[in-house]
Unconditional design. Structure first.
Length: 195
């Protein structure tokens, strides 16, 4: 039992030393370019779809999403970023035999605010998504495809961790203010190399 306590104490001390070292080296790399990508889950909900079609009660679906981004950190608290987002193809059966699939992708510039705590950081982002959407409705009567483009405000926040000065990982929750959709959000896990 005594040896287990020593082992746990040694592991905890090692983790604390790594976090301290990573935090100290992160202080040396406060500005510069970064390049990254991420994977996540995008979810779209329409609670009251009566305005679109009275036979449809609700659309609620999610799909795997991904993004790639490049940015520039002006200092340890402010960065500017541009991202390509592919929000997948969520599909839902909105009434018996009628399936709706929505594909969305686009580009978004962001301003990023960061509050570092050693190797860890809290961050918030605000941006503007310029997107293209293709909606496909499959029913026993055939298939209908519509295309739409738009521009919407987006914002996010989360927790990050920087390891060895150059690799930053983030867990991020993002909301999209999309017209005619009650809730459109994504949960991301991203990684970025800092130069």
């Amino acid at each position: 039992m005594h040896n287990n306590k020593k082992g746990l104490t040694a592991i905890a001390a090692g983790i604390a030393a790594m976090a301290f070292a990573a935090g100290a080296s992160a202080q040396d790399n406060e500005s510069g370019y970064y390049l990254g990508g991420g994977v996540g889950e995008f979810q779209a909900n329409i609670d009251d779809i009566d305005d679109i079609d009275e036979t449809v009660d609700r659309y609620d679906s999610d799909d795997t999403a991904w993004k790639a981004f490049v940015g520039w950190r002006a200092n340890k608290n402010v960065a500017f970023e541009i991202a390509y987002l592919n929000l997948g193809s969520p599909e839902d059966e909105v009434s018996p035999g009628v399936f709706v699939e929505v594909e969305t992708d686009g580009f978004a510039p962001y301003i990023v605010g960061t509050l570092p705590f050693g190797a860890f950081e809290l961050f918030a982002k605000a941006g503007y998504l310029v997107y293209d959407t293709e909606a496909r409705v499959d029913s026993p009567f055939g298939t209908l495809i519509t295309d739409e483009s738009g521009e919407e405000f987006t914002w996010s926040g989360g927790l990050g961790f920087t390891l060895f000065e150059t690799f930053n990982m983030r867990l991020e929750y993002e909301m999209f203010d999309v017209e005619n959709i009650d809730d459109a959000d994504a949960l991301w896990l991203t990684g970025a190399l800092r130069f």
